[in-house]
Design a protein around this ligand. Sequence first.
Ligand code: ATP
Ligand code: ZN
Ligand code: MG
Length: 534
Amino acid sequence: MRITGVLEVTLSKPLPEEAKSKVVEVIQYLNNVYLKRGARDPVEGAHISSFELKEDKIVFVLETGSRVRIDEASLRIRNVLAQELGKNFRIGIRGLRLIEPKIVLEGSISISLSLPFVKNIYSDGTKTVVELSELSESDLKKPIFLRLLRLVEEKERRYRWGGKGEHWVLYKKSAEKTVKFFDDPNKILEDIGWIKRVSIGQWIYTPPLTHILNALKRLFLDEVVKPLGFDEATFPKMYPLEVGLKTGHLKGVINSMVFASLPKTYNIAEFEPLIDYMYVMDTAPPEEVQKYLEPPSYFLCFAQCEPFYWFFENEILDDAVLPIKWYDMSGPSFRWEAGGLHGIERLIEFHRIEIVWLGKPEHVIDIRNKLMERYEYFLDKVLDLEWRFAWVTPWFYEQAGVVEEKLELDINTPGTIDIEVWVPYKGGRDDKKAWLEVGNISIHGTKFTEPFRIKHNRGEILWTGCSGFGSERWLVSLLAQKGFNPDNWPKKFLEYVKKEPFPRSVLTVTYPKTKDGKEFLKNIIKMFEGLGNA
Ligand code: ATP
Ligand code: ZN
Ligand code: MG
């Protein structure tokens, strides 16, 4: 990002002849020292490329990088001039004007023309130029202007990131395991009627599937979550828009969020025309229903950790309470997935055990490390799966100016570890598509403690972390490697499945739907005989 513009400084009186050499001296100091301060690479600092003295004005032609941006550079110039001219010649600064400010960005980037300060935008495919309107000294200090610059900078960074959502590096993987099952568990679950699709990405799970899902969740809690001292909380599953503004989800993933609206009124009488219509027409057209609703003011649970930051918003924490370790499994998450919906492995409504923690950076890193160890033990020893961990850096964690290669594997910085399990029905181990992301562990740094203003009583930095255990995905990957015969299931898992009698499957005149499905279900019922009454 390059920013150019002409800065006009108006003085309280015309500059006397003897002050001119002082101005030259000041400019040398600015160019060599002060305008480079804070920029490791001087090109990312600011530079005065020429200047002109005009009676009571000094006019500077400026070019800056992204470290000392033109707003900051203008104020630094102002301050140094005020000090030097004030002290030596009793001349003050009347005002600043930044004329024809222009931002030149790498690549073809689109920015809304309706934003304040944005006058014009054009691009030749390799560069984008954003022309801003003239700025006064107070404009330069406005939060709106600073946020505009941040937005533009972020768009450029995203462009450089090359459209990739994240940067993936293998961190650790298990030994190869013998796998004897190669079918798609999603398809089998549907065929045998343990799940029934009721809407896009939504299924009803019958008692047998619920039973094994619960067994897996309990096993996970007992082997991973509870030994590390996490306590259960209950989080809401619908959040006001402000929460999504602060977490950043509204700005980052609004295209995959599901929203909720309140009725315009509580008075049922006002709904009468709609009710009459539904009565007679026996349809509920969404366009009609919409007329009776407020615009959406909530979004449905997306990341499931949102309420954790929301709870601690504006709170001041002391050492006695830190670190805080909670988990929530009180309800579903919702995601609008454009494509690739598949059985219970990519859903619109899914279930997750969300683990959250808050503390000083060393706490947060230590908890993540312990959690990672337990996950490894759980995957490898308890479930005996073939798994791998990847260090993924979402584009928004990229530090400006840090090149990609340097990002690798410093796992003690904010970022995410994805947990992936091989699902043989999708392909061989070498096939990237045959690895299913079942969960992740993230360190956020101050990404949430800053916007939610979560503070420490002695001003120490607080970080957060979270980890999502996507229950359906874990079960699919377990079934994908072990199959449906309980004899081949990991011992501990089977023990948890056996803790309660196995519930009955639905086998009736019209259900499961196909002949093959019915036959398969009968086989399954036989295999499960020892466990109860399938
Ligand atoms: P993917 O790349 O597969 O879409 P993601 O990166 O969107 O996954 P996260 O945002 O990291 O997933 O969500 C955390 C966990 O929630 C995932 O690891 C997964 O277990 C689960 N999850 C996410 N989206 C879905 C979905 N649509 N259906 C089922 N589980 C999901
Ligand atoms: Zn989370
Ligand atoms: Mg996704």
